[in-house]
Design a protein around this ligand. Structure first.
Ligand code: DQA
Length: 150
């Protein structure tokens, strides 16, 4: 099973950006965490980070018929990007949304998630742990879908 794990804009600044919200660990630590979680679950990880909306759309399109699942933290594009929503719908790869912070208890402009409308589940406010839960959930979901086909 192969998962594409996408992190959006400014997540490469983890450890520097607003540590009181996003924590003190840096982006390398997050990537290592995600990588290790995938290996534990016997998932092949493909990690991608970009600060550019179009690059994220391109990467989702490139995953068509390649990745089995997508884990995505669209960061600020969560609240603005119909293009990322449409890309997720276009490839129809099962996707789970993750946010480090509890977006639900933050500013009103963070209360909408466009990419989330194409996701089967969202984890928010769990820090790095949200990625682990998302990986496990998506893996189990895909296994159950496979079994239901038989
Ligand atoms: C974020 C939440 C977004 O609102 C914000 O723009 C981010 C990070 C999170 O992981 O908590 O950049 O997606």
């Amino acid at each position: 099973m192969k998962f594409l794990i996408i992190n959006g804009p400014n997540l490469n600044m983890l450890g520097i950006r607003e540590p009181e919200i996003y924590g003190a660990q840096d982006f390398r630590a997050l990537q290592r965490f995600i990588y290790d979680c995938c290996l534990e679950e016997k998932i092949e990880p493909v990690l991608f980070q970009s600060n550019h909306e179009g690059a994220i759309v391109d990467r989702i399109q490139a995953a068509y018929r390649d990745a089995d699942g997508i884990i995505i933290n669209p960061a600020a594009y969560t609240h603005t990007s119909v293009a990322i929503l449409d890309a997720l719908k276009a490839v129809a790869i099962p996707a789970v949304e993750v946010h480090l912070s509890d977006v639900g208890s933050r500013e009103s402009f963070r209360q909408i998630s466009y990419p989330g409308m194409a996701c089967i589940k969202t984890y928010a406010g769990l820090g790095f742990e949200g990625y682990r839960q998302a990986i496990r959930y998506l893996k189990d979901w895909l296994i159950e879908r496979e079994q239901a086909k038989k």
